[in-house]
Write a protein that binds this ligand. Structure first.
Ligand code: ADP
Length: 374
């Protein structure tokens, strides 16, 4: 497996990655997720040997990589801007890696056939890459990174340059490709949906550091900080006063057992809130608050409402409900208090996306509208 310990990488004076420790388990897919500039590519470049670490160690199957040249490391790296050789055919492009490893002709041919079959591009083997569509080129680039059979395959935003339809198609294919390969994969993306679709584990990066590492389901069930919650598109409420295990917020008293007294941020987990019909009975334990709907956006399997509860400022919340109120409507927002988690203090509560509810010392919601996840 890949083991990164206490890695720091700088560009001149600029610290891009600092004190990062991360394992990628054998044969699993690790997604490195984070906003642009958080240091994701730098980690891959350090592992590939393209960027010298300032500190820390990188091991693959127990062997230190840091002293080795890039071509001695047995890692494959595919970038978003997958530079294929434009004047060569598909199979010649894919044969490049295995040939560089000095493999015999028959082995090279077999590797090329296998790699093209994996990405479903066997039929194009003889065609020049210039005749391929963007999605087909992306597949060839993937085949090219697979063909040398590296111990570790690293992909840097491999779907970044594709349109939505192609992204969706490749996202459906990739888990199959990774399973067939059986190799360890490190997959960099800024897209939470990609991470959710592909990863066995997700490492969330922020400002050159790791913010949280978890299995996808665990990450969505228990984000640790407002940064992670926000990045996953979850609604969070900042600076709720807590006393004796009860938080005060727009839904009234919320049980948060074991939480020390003071101000705390909380996240509303997926499915926490429904828009309800006030005439119909509530579910047991549900807390409801009347609200005014400012905006709504359909997002496939859910609707994102921007609503202002009567007892608090505006929030943006994903709802899957039988009732879909329109902008200008009054509705009731029902909260399942079991789907509320207290977040760790990550020092980000004063950031521009944080949503303040009750603390009089903080700016009002009209200056800081509810966060809109990307
Ligand atoms: P990500 O992949 O998450 O978008 P990067 O690893 O590319 O982030 O970049 C991390 C930080 O390092 C950013 O602040 C970026 O501007 C900086 N950076 C990246 N490459 C270089 C470079 N070649 N020279 C100087 N700074 C760089």
């Amino acid at each position: 497996m890949l083991r990164i310990t206490d890695l720091s990488v700088s560009y001149g004076d600029h610290v891009a990655v600092t004190g990062l420790s991360l394992d990628a388990p054998d044969g699993k897919v690790l997604c490195v997720l984070g906003p642009s500039g958080s240091g994701k590519s730098t980690v891959l470049r350090a592992v590939a040997g393209l960027e010298p670490p300032r500190a820390g160690t990188i091991e693959l199957d127990g062997t230190r990589l840091d002293g080795l040249r890039p071509d001695q490391r047995d890692v494959g790296l595919m970038f978003q801007e997958h530079a294929l050789f434009p004047h060569r055919s598909v199979d010649e492009n894919v044969a490049f890696g295995p040939r560089m490893r000095g493999l015999g002709r028959a082995t090279v041919r077999r590797r090329v056939e296998e790699a093209l079959a994996l990405v479903d591009m066997s039929a194009t083997a003889r065609r020049p890459v210039t005749e391929l569509s963007g999605g087909e080129r992306q597949r060839v680039a993937l085949a090219r990174s697979i063909a040398p059979r590296p111990k570790l395959l690293m992909l840097d935003e491999p779907l970044g340059s594709l349109d939505r339809t192609l992204q969706t198609r490749l996202l459906e294919d990739l888990p199959h490709v990774f399973r067939e390969l059986g190799t360890t994969v490190v997959y960099v993306t800024h897209d939470q949906h990609e991470a959710l679709a592909l990863a066995d584990r997700v490492a969330v990066m922020r400002d050159g550091r790791l913010e949280q590492v978890d299995e996808p389901a665990a990450l969505w069930r228990a984000p640790r900080t407002t940064f992670v919650a926000d990045f996953l598109g979850l609604t969070y409420l900042t600076a709720l006063p807590v006393r004796d295990g009860v938080a005060s917020g727009p839904w009234g008293p919320l049980p948060v057992p074991g939480t020390p007294d003071g101000e705390h941020d909380v996240v509303l987990l997926p499915g926490a809130v429904r828009a309800t019909d006030p005439q119909r009975p509530r579910r047991p334990g549900e807390l409801a608050v009347p609200a005014y709907v400012a905006d709504r956006r359909f997002a496939g399997d859910h609707v994102r409402l921007v609503a202002t509860p009567d007892a608090g400022p505006r929030l943006s919340v994903a709802v899957r409900s039988e009732v879909v109120p329109a902008p200008g409507d009054r509705c009731e927002l029902a909260l399942d208090p079991r789907a509320v988690r207290v977040l760790e203090d990550d020092g980000a509560a004063d950031g521009p996306l944080a949503l303040t509810l009750t603390s009089p010392s903080r700016p009002s919601s009209s200056e800081h509208p509810a966060q809109e996840p990307s």
